[in-house]
Design a protein around this ligand. Structure first.
Ligand code: ATP
Ligand code: MG
Length: 349
C-alpha cells in the first residue's frame, strides 16, 4: 500500500489539500495517508518549520502532497529569524527530498480561454509541460565569486545530470503527444552543446518513438507566448527553466489553476504553485483545482497510475466549466467545486 504524506501547511493549504485528499481517496482507495505539520503552523506547534516528526514520516513516503506555507505580510512569522520562518520549512523539505526535475503543466482549460492574457485563438487548447532541471546549473555551482569589480558564476552540467532530467521529459512525452523540445543556448554556450548532445543521444538510444527538436531559449521566450500550441513537453536547465516557467505561468490566467511536481529518485513532491492566500484563508472559497491537479500529478508521476490521473484531469476540466470558483469569475465555493469533481469522476467519460 503506497503511503502518501500530506503536509497541509498554512493559509488556504489545509482547505485545498483536504479537497485533494477527498479526490485521491475516491480514485486510489488502497493508498494510506499520514498528515504532518510544516511551515508557520509547525513553528507554532513545535518551534521548527520542518520538525523532526515530519522529517521522520518522509523517510518511507512514496509521495508528498503539500499545501502552502506562509502567512500575511503582517504575520508575526515574518519577524522570526530566517531559519525559523515558514518558507524555510519548504526549502528544507525540497532539499531533503533531492528532487532534480520540476514539472509545471501550462494548460488553458476548455471554456476558460477568456481568463488568459493571450487572444482566445492563441490560448485555445494550450497544453504544455515544462520540465526544469532543479539542482544544477548556475544557481548551485560552487565555482562562484565576487571580488572587487569582478564577479562570476558557473553553469556546469554533467552527462548524468542531463540524462536524469531528460528521462523524465521523455517519459512524460510518451504519456502525452510524443514531442519534446529541448531548450538551450548552444550557439554560444559549451554547456548547452553538451546538453544538446546528451539529450539527443538518450533519445536515439532509448526513446526513438519521441520526436525531439532543439530550440534556443531566446526564441522560445518569444514563441511560447506568440505560438504556444507548437509545444508539448519542454525540457531545459535550471536558469532557463526558472524564467520560462514563470513566463508561461501567466498563460492560463489564474494562479488557482497551476499544479506542479518535483521528482527525484525518492518520493516526489506535489504542490500547487499559488501561495497561502491569507486574504481568503478560512472563508471556504479557495479554488482547490491546482491542489487536485497536483494530486493527479502525484498519481501519474509518483505512483505511475496514468488512468487514475487522467480521470482526475477530465473531472477537473468538467467541474471548471460548470462550477467555476470566485477567482475564475464564478460562484462555486471550495466544497461545491470539490463535489463537482467527485460527481464528474463518477459519470462515464
Ligand atoms: P505567498 O507569499 O504565500 O506566495 P502571494 O501573495 O505570492 O503569497 P498567493 O498567496 O498565491 O500569492 O495569492 C495571490 C492572490 O491570488 C491572492 O489574492 C489570493 O487570494 C489569490 N489566490 C491564490 N491562490 C488561490 C486559490 N487557490 N484560489 C483562489 N484565489 C487564490
Ligand atoms: Mg508568492
Amino acid at each position: 500500500m503506497p503511503k502518501i504524506v500530506i503536509l497541509p501547511g498554512d493559509g488556504i493549504g489545509p482547505e485545498v489539500t483536504a479537497a485533494a485528499v477527498e479526490v485521491l481517496r475516491e480514485v486510489a482507495p488502497d493508498v494510506t495517508f499520514e498528515e504532518h505539520a510544516i511551515g508557520g503552523g509547525a513553528y507554532d506547534q513545535y518551534g521548527d518549520p520542518l520538525p523532526p516528526i515530519t522529517r521522520d514520516a518522509l523517510a518511507d513516503a512514496d509521495a508528498v502532497l503539500l499545501g502552502t506555507v506562509g502567512g500575511a505580510h503582517n504575520s508575526p512569522w515574518n519577524l522570526l529569524p530566517r531559519p525559523l520562518r515558514p518558507e524555510s520549512g519548504l526549502l528544507a523539505l525540497r532539499k531533503l527530498l533531492g528532487c532534480y526535475a520540476n514539472l509545471r503543466p501550462v494548460r488553458v482549460q476548455p471554456g476558460l480561454e477568456h481568463l488568459s492574457p493571450l487572444k482566445p485563438e492563441l490560448a485555445r487548447g494550450v497544453d504544455i509541460l515544462i520540465v526544469r532541471e532543479l539542482l544544477g546549473g548556475v544557481y548551485f555551482d560552487q565555482d562562484r565569486k565576487i571580488e572587487g569589480d569582478t564577479a562570476y558564476n558557473t553553469m556546469r552540467y554533467t552527462t548524468a545530470e542531463v540524462e536524469r532530467v531528460a528521462k523524465v521529459a521523455f517519459w512524460a512525452a510518451e504519456q502525452r503527444r510524443g514531442r519534446v523540445t529541448s531548450v538551450d543556448k548552444a550557439n554560444v554556450l559549451e554547456v548547452s552543446e553538451l546538453w544538446r548532445r546528451d539529450v539527443t543521444a538518450l533519445r536515439d538510444r532509448d526513446y526513438r518513438n519521441i520526436h525531439l527538436n532543439h530550440e534556443y531559449v531566446d526564441s522560445v521566450a518569444m514563441l511560447i507566448v506568440s505560438d504556444p500550441s507548437r509545444y508539448d513537453v519542454i525540457v531545459t536547465e535550471n536558469l532557463f527553466g526558472d524564467i520560462l516557467s514563470d513566463l508561461a505561468a501567466v498563460i492560463p490566467g489564474s494562479l488557482g489553476l497551476m499544479p506542479s511536481a518535483s521528482l527525484g529518485d525518492g518520493a516526489g513532491l506535489f504542490e500547487p504553485i499559488h501561495g497561502s492566500a491569507p486574504d481568503i484563508a478560512g472563508k471556504g472559497i479557495a479554488n482547490p483545482a491546482a491542489a487536485i491537479m497536483s494530486a493527479g500529478m502525484l498519481l501519474r508521476h509518483g505512483l505511475k497510475r496514468s488512468d487514475a490521473a487522467n480521470q482526475i484531469d477530465r473531472a477537473v476540466a468538467l467541474a471548471l466549466r460548470e462550477h467555476p470558483t470566485p477567482d475564475l469569475g464564478g460562484k462555486a465555493d471550495t466544497k461545491t467545486f470539490t463535489r463537482a469533481v467527485l460527481n464528474a469522476m463518477g459519470s462515464p467519460s
